[in-house]
Design a protein around this ligand. Structure first.
Ligand code: GAL
Length: 337
C-alpha cells in the first residue's frame, strides 16, 4: 500500500490517494468521493492494463459531472419528483436533475472528502458522516466503506447507521473499460446479465412501477453478447434476491481477454453504457473518454423505490445497521464459448 497527496480542496483540506496491492492487482482510491481511480491487472499476454476511467488532478474530478469512480449516496440513481414520504412525513430533496433527484443530490457523497479509518496493504476503510437534513434526508448517517483486493477480486463492503429512520442506497460509480481506460468505445465488449426481469422507465428515467420480463425485449442479455449498436441505462432485478451474494452481471473484452463478474447482495443492478460521457475532461495521461467509452454496473435498490411500495425497500430504521457487499471478480480467457 502506498499513500500520497493527490490534491487540496479549495479550503485546504488534503485529498490523499491510496494504492492497494494484492498479487497482480493494484487499485488506486482517492479520498475525494472515495473514488476508485485505477485498477491495473495483466491482460492475457501479461501486459498491465488499467481498466478504470479516472483523472490526473483533483480539479478535473471537481469539474466533471459524470460521478467517475465515486461512492454514491445517500440514494443511488433517481428519486422521482425529488420527494418521498417516510413514517407519514414528506421529505423534499434537492432536484439536481429537475424535477428529479439523482445520485444523492447537489453535494452527494461523491463530492465530499472521506475520512480514512484504516489502510493496510490490500484494504482501505473510508468513513463519512452525513448530517441530519443534508440534501433533504432525515437522520445523522454514519457510513463506512471498505475496499479490499484479494482472490483476483475487488470487494466493496458498505455499512451505515442512522439516528433517525432514513433512506440508504449506497453504490460505486466506477466506469469500466476492459480493453483499457484509454481504448475508446466498448461496442466490441461482451455483456451478460443473467437476470430475467427489469424495471421499465418513463422519459425521465423514472421506473413506471412494474418489474417486467426481459424475454423478447432488448433487455434480454441472458446470453453473453457484444454491445454492438445498442445502449443501456436500466435497472435489472436480481433473480431470487434474498440478500446473499449473487451473480448480477458479467463483462468480457475479446481484445485483452479480461473477464469481470459482478456479484452483489442488493436487489438490483444498473447497466449504463456511458451514454452521457461526452464532454468529459481529458482523463489519465490525456486519455479521451468518448460517449460509450466505458460502462457502469452499479449495484443498488431499484431507482425510485421510496415511491413504489412494491419494490424492495431501501428504508433504514433508526439504529439498525445497513450492510451490502459488491464483488468485482476478474479472470482471463482466450474467448467465451
Ligand atoms: C448513471 C445513471 C445515468 C446517468 C449517469 C451519470 O448511474 O443511470 O442515467 O445519470 O449515472 O452520468
Amino acid at each position: 500500500m502506498t499513500e500520497k497527496l493527490f490534491g487540496k480542496m479549495p479550503d485546504g483540506t488534503p485529498v490523499e490517494e491510496y494504492t492497494l496491492r494484492d498479487g497482480e492487482l493494484s487499485c488506486g482510491v482517492i479520498t475525494y468521493g472515495g473514488a476508485l481511480r485505477s485498477l491495473v491487472l495483466p491482460d492475457r499476454a501479461g501486459k498491465p492494463v488499467d481498466i478504470l476511467l479516472g483523472f490526473d488532478t483533483l480539479e478535473d474530478y471537481q469539474r466533471q459531472d459524470k460521478y467517475i469512480g465515486a461512492l454514491i449516496g445517500r440514494y443511488a440513481n433517481r428519486i422521482g419528483g425529488s420527494r418521498f414520504v417516510l413514517e407519514g412525513q414528506e421529505y423534499r430533496l434537492a432536484a439536481n436533475e429537475s424535477p428529479n433527484h439523482l445520485h444523492g443530490g447537489v453535494t452527494g457523497f461523491d463530492k465530499q472528502v472521506w475520512g480514512v479509518e484504516s489502510a493496510l496493504e490490500n484494504t482501505l476503510t473510508l468513513t463519512l458522516q452525513s448530517p441530519d437534513g443534508q440534501e433533504g434526508y432525515p437522520g445523522n448517517l454514519e457510513v463506512t466503506v471498505t475496499y479490499t483486493l484479494g482472490d483476483s477480486a475487488l470487494s466493496i463492503d458498505y455499512r451505515a447507521v442512522s439516528d433517525r429512520t432514513t433512506l440508504c442506497n449506497l453504490t460505486n460509480h466506477a466506469y469500466w473499460n476492459l480493453s483499457g481506460h484509454n481504448s475508446g468505445d466498448i461496442r466490441e465488449q461482451q455483456f451478460r446479465l443473467p437476470n430475467s426481469r427489469y424495471t421499465p422507465v418513463d422519459a425521465g428515467a423514472i421506473p413506471t412501477g412494474t418489474i417486467d420480463p426481459v424475454e423478447g425485449t432488448p433487455m434480454d442479455l441472458r446470453q453473453l453478447q457484444a454491445l454492438g449498436k445498442r445502449e443501456y441505462d436500466h435497472n435489472w432485478a436480481i433473480d431470487n434476491w434474498d440478500g446473499t451474494l449473487r451473480l448480477a452481471a458479467q463483462a468480457f473484452s475479446p481484445g485483452t481477454g479480461i473477464d469481470m463478474e459482478v456479484l452483489t447482495t442488493l436487489p438490483g443492478i444498473q447497466f449504463y453504457t456511458g451514454n452521457f460521457l461526452d464532454g468529459c475532461p481529458k482523463g489519465k495521461g490525456g486519455a479521451v473518454y468518448p460517449r460509450h467509452g466505458a460502462f457502469c454496473l452499479e449495484t443498488q435498490y431499484y431507482p425510485n423505490s421510496p415511491n413504489i411500495p412494491d419494490f424492495p425497500s431501501a428504508v433504514l430504521p433508526a439504529g439498525e445497521v445497513w450492510r451490502s457487499k459488491t464483488v468485482y471478480r476478474f479472470g482471463k480467457r482466450d474467448h467465451h464459448d
